[in-house]
Design a protein around this ligand. Structure first.
Ligand SMILES: Cc1ncc(COP(=O)(O)O)c(C=O)c1O
Length: 289
């Protein structure tokens, strides 16, 4: 089956989909994106992803190319036409095509591209889902809360992880503070048994999976702290896990080659994986009903 992409109002064969060489996304990284997970043909936490997209656009003063309802139907159409049951839909909106000049063009016609691709189904074996991480310095800019396509530091960090044979690179900021992963948020159960993740500010992405999990924790009266913690606290933690649209709740059992806790998936991580999987299942069942 051939893949289909949406490009500026048209559904085209993926291999023939093209944007201009003067697109500002290509020239300046002047654009934003979203990755919405698809589970059993249902978008998971779509409202959170679309709200974050709207915020990213607002922060960068890029006009939205269409309203929310139209956007949802494009995403759905691309997912359907690519027959994605489990996977992701990728959406990118840039400040459009203009003669190259750093400042915004006088008239902005945003470019929008949507693709979809299948991915693995929800894992059933939590031990098999566990992975390792390395730590690397955070060399990114001061507005990491905007989901911009400027991802070079993240690309370099992920490549370092790939070379080290592990899943993720955790970014370490000033004063040894743990920021987030190159494409994930970081959570720990610290050495005192407290569930913690870094507070939100301009220095990390407000993950939609993080937000969904925070909601599930509140519903289940499981307390957690949103504050800072440093590299030493990370390495002394009983449990470490990551969250993202594609990582879900991902146990991390080694960091920089050293085991976390006893080196096995922790009980709280396993419990939260179960809560998130049930949350995704419930959305798929509601959609199917
Ligand atoms: C830097 C960064 N942090 C965190 C996340 C997790 O966000 P989400 O849960 O919305 O996928 C991502 C996702 O791509 C990311 O790129």
């Amino acid at each position: 089956m051939s893949r289909i992409a949406y490009v500026n109002g048209r559904y085209v064969a993926h291999h023939a989909a093209m944007v201009s060489i003067e697109d500002r996304g290509y020239q300046f990284g002047d654009g934003v994106y979203e990755v919405v997970p698809i589970y059993r043909s249902t978008f998971i936490d779509a409202d959170l992803h679309l709200a974050r997209l709207a915020r990213s656009l607002r922060e960068l003063e890029i006009p939205a190319p269409m309203g929310d309802a139209a956007l949802r139907s494009v995403l759905m159409m691309v997912a359907r036409r690519n027959r994605v049951r489990d996977g992701i839909v990728y959406l990118q909106i840039t400040r459009g095509v203009a003669r190259r000049d750093h400042a915004f063009p006088a008239r902005i016609i945003p470019s929008m591209v949507v693709t979809a691709r299948p991915g693995p189904p929800m894992p059933t074996d939590i031990d098999g889902w566990a992975g390792g991480a390395i730590t690397v310095p955070d060399i990114r800019w001061g507005r990491c809360d905007i989901k911009s396509v400027n991802l070079l530091p993240n690309v370099l960090a992920k490549q370092a992880a790939r070379r080290a044979g592990v899943y993720e690179a955790i970014l370490i900021g000033p004063a040894d503070q743990v920021m987030e992963g190159s494409s994930t948020n970081v959570w720990i159960v610290d050495h005192d048994g407290v569930l913690r993740t870094r507070r939100l500010d301009h220095h990390i992405l407000p993950g939609c999976t993080r937000a969904a999990l925070a909601g599930l924790l509140a519903e289940n009266t499981i307390s957690f702290r949103e504050d800072g913690f440093d590299l030493a606290t990370l390495k002394r933690a009983r449990e470490v896990f990551l969250t993202s649209a594609t990582s879900l709740v991902k146990p991390i059992t080694t960091i920089d080659g050293q085991p976390i806790g006893n080196g096995a998936v922790g009980t709280i991580t396993a419990q939260l994986f179960g809560l998130f999987a049930a949350h995704a299942r419930a959305q798929a069942e509601q959609e199917a009903a």
